[in-house]
Design a protein around this ligand. Structure first.
Ligand code: CA
Length: 704
């Protein structure tokens, strides 16, 4: 009740300021589930993504049909959690564009485009995605890919204020949803694959003025920043880092790019911290053998001051891109003495373990692996991973599971408090880690590992590609955090399926890469209903109620880290399709329109050329600079143009104009002249054209 009355006070104050606004209350509801409106990123403050609505249930599912669809007018990845308040839906799309729609009909009310300079796209490790907005009584808060945080009038779509939250001379980006806590809006950032220093900031919702900032890793000179993190960095974190190494130039990583949760009973913010920068710990920090706090950790800070409360490091001295930024869910579980209920923090980070921590102290309660993992023999009594002897390869490659895409990535997990089950969109994506020597120059993708390792110069034949595909799996895991094990598992044909929604009707909804929205029985995993939406789904569904009718919404839109990096995992590339918001309700009989697709002309535009040495140099330069966006072995999944079939790769002058002279910088393809010499760029072109000409002729010697 306390929360309600406080919400009312805030609402009244805001009504005085914004007389035109009708939203009575947009504070997060109590922890027992989401009601008629979906008001925050995770549904409630505890971010369980569990709805109390039950009109859509096991009996009525067959009547579920399409109420409306809305095109997001972009072919890039869509990761949005739409917010629904006062009959209006607020959904973000790629390049941080915000759409306001009538939640009942899908009618567009307004579109806010922050007009990003698209050259920033090259700094986005994992596509130019956006995961959603925060709302506080008629004001929306939007994180923009170029580092801005903006306040938008929810009624009109007009910008109220804008602040730049990052140093634009560094490769920072924002893809995550801000969160509103009291009179503050919280936002982090990404960029640890390229080289930045991570932090979480709190800004005043009314003015955009910085209230506090918490840096997750030390200042390279170990001096204080004048920030909330100063005391704890000096005490705990600084001693875990050495005085030399790449981190002193690149910032050390530890970006807070996704989960930020308000734990109201403990008045603290619990957030997830990303990987070290560069990934390779020996290059990052060769002097110390320290844990490199607070990378790959869950950290709790005082909500009012930003000062440290506790931390739990999931992956000490991370070496594998094992971020701990994944969904953080708060819940009361019978994990206390004698089965007493206890407030806990749950997370299934990239490293493959599901953790349960005491929310008040951060103490490790339990952990177990939710996907196969090869880098430890398990966790010790304090929850510290016991690494295998091959966990940190020195001069050789080691195939690790999970790989850098994680056993679970950003795709939101959900929790059903009635059944006590967490639903993890899990996956198996092993990767070889072969460290680069310290003498190797830094490249655009500053990981300190050889991305080209294990990849042949010659194009792979279809049988080998098929065998590789069989190694990669997707899975929906229903995890019992008290028993510390899986209750049921659904095997899926590919990794990187959508985020999850749980409902009190005993249903779990999840979309697939193949474009099916599926309803499962929450207790058993039985497949109860599915509908293909004609576009791959990564985003999590949400549900809401208007005039007594329950609606179910999901956004389709193929893209993101996996889609960009995994073209070779698909039998055939899919031309980029326009992202959509698709809304269902009972009794609706609408159709999902077909996409107008431009077929991909998969033919080489030039004959192969180049010496073997040039092709090898091309493989290395391609894999270290181009692969993350254009796909390993130059195979695109269709989100970005496939370089093999491009007229640009067929023409030396056109190639140079794009790759070195930055002719397409305004599309996000900036100049790589800093990373590649003209000879490197031409070697990459030779490699790409070699891939285009296919495996059969690869046996014949290339032209000298
Ligand atoms: Ca990362």
């Amino acid at each position: 009740m306390h929360q309600r009355s406080r919400a009312s006070v805030i609402a009244i104050a805001a009504l005085l300021a914004l007389a035109a606004c009708n939203q009575a209350s947009t504070a997060p509801e109590a922890a027992d589930g989401v009601g008629a409106e979906w008001l925050t990123y995770g549904g409630t403050a505890d971010e369980q993504r569990h709805s109390r609505l039950t009109s859509i249930n096991k009996d009525s599912l067959p009547k579920l049909g399409v109420a409306w669809t809305y095109d997001l007018k972009t072919g890039r990845g869509i990761e949005t959690t739409p917010i629904v308040a006062d009959g209006v839906m607020y959904a973000t799309s790629s390049w941080s564009v915000l759409h306001a729609l009538d939640a009942k009909t899908g009618k567009e009310l307004w579109v806010y485009d922050p007009a990003v300079d698209k050259a920033v796209g090259v700094d986005a490790c994992c596509d130019v995605v956006n995961r959603g907005v925060a709302l506080k009584v008629c004001v929306l808060f939007l994180g923009v890919i170029d580092g801005r945080l903006e306040a938008i009038d929810a009624k009109t779509g007009k910008r109220l204020w804008s602040v730049q939250t990052v140093d634009r001379s560094k490769p920072y980006t924002i893809t995550g949803a801000p969160r509103v806590v009291k009179n503050m809006v919280l936002i982090g950032n990404g960029g640890a694959e390229l080289g930045v220093r991570g932090y979480l900031s709190a800004y005043d919702t009314a003015t955009g003025k910085l209230v506090w900032r918490f840096y997750t890793v030390p200042n390279p000179d170990m001096k204080p920043d004048g920030a909330a993190s100063d005391a704890i960095l000096a005490k705990l974190a600084n001693p875990t880092w050495g005085k030399t190494g790449r981190w002193t130039a690149d910032g050390g990583g530890g970006t807070v790019w996704d989960s930020i949760v308000y734990d109201e009973p403990n008045n603290q913010i619990v957030f997830g911290v990303g990987n070290g920068s560069p990934w390779n710990a020996q290059l990052r920090d060769p002097d110390s053998k320290g844990d490199n706090l607070f990378i790959s950790s869950i950290v709790a800070v005082d909500a009012d001051t930003g000062e440290y409360n506790w931390h739990y490091q999931t992956t000490p001295r991370d070496n594998w891109d094992y971020t701990a930024t994944q969904t953080i869910i708060l819940a009361d579980l019978p994990t206390g003495p004698g089965g007493a209920r206890q407030r806990v923090v749950m997370q299934a980070p990239k490293n493959g373990f599901f953790y349960v921590l005491d929310a008040k102290t951060g103490k490790f309660l339990s952990g177990n692996n939710y996907v196969p993992q090869t880098w430890t023999t398990g966790l010790d009594a304090n929850g510290r991973p016991v690494e295998t002897p091959t966990a940190r390869p020195v001069n050789a490659s080691y195939l690790h599971s999970p790989g850098p895409q994680g056993g679970h990535n950003w795709h939101p997990m959900a929790f059903n408090p009635d059944l006590g089950l967490a639903y993890i969109p899990a996956q198996e994506l092993p990767q070889g880690y072969n460290p680069k020597p310290a003498a190797d120059p830094a490249t655009k993708w500053n990981t300190g590992f050889k991305f080209e390792d294990g990849l042949p110069v010659d194009p792979l034949d279809p049988a080998t590609l098929k065998a590789m595909r069989a190694m990669y799996k997707g899975r929906l895991v229903a995890w019992d955090p008290v028993a510390n094990k899986a209750r049921w598992t659904v095997e899926l044909p590919t990794p990187s399926n959508g985020g999850v929604l749980s409902t009190a009707a005993g249903l779990v909804f999840q979309g697939t890469v193949g474009g099916d929205l599926v309803a499962y029985d929450a207790a058993t995993g039985k497949d109860l209903w599915r509908r293909n939406v004609k576009g791959g789904i990564m985003a999590p569904p949400v549900t809401y109620e208007i005039d007594g009718e329950q609606y179910l919404t999901v956004a389709s839109g193929w893209g993101g880290a996996y889609a960009l990096a995994a073209g070779f995992l698909f039998e055939q590339a899919v031309p980029a399709v326009v992202g959509r918001v698709i809304t269902f309700k009972l009794g609706a009989q609408g159709e999902i329109p077909d996409h107008k697709l431009t077929p991909i002309d998969a033919r080489p535009q030039a004959p192969r050329f180049g010496t073997q040495a040039q092709l090898q140099a091309g493989l290395v330069a391609y894999s270290r600079n181009c692969m993350v966006c254009h796909g390993p072995m130059a195979i695109s999944s269709g989100v970005l143009p496939d370089l093999r079939w491009s007229p640009t790769s067929a023409d030396a002058a056109a190639w140079k104009a794009v790759v070195l002279d930055g002719q397409r910088a305004s599309n996000g393809m900036v100049s790589f002249a800093k990373q590649m010499s003209p000879a490197d760029a031409e070697a990459v072109r030779a490699y790409v054209v070699h891939q285009a000409n296919g495996p059969k002729a690869a046996a014949a010697p290339a032209k000298p």
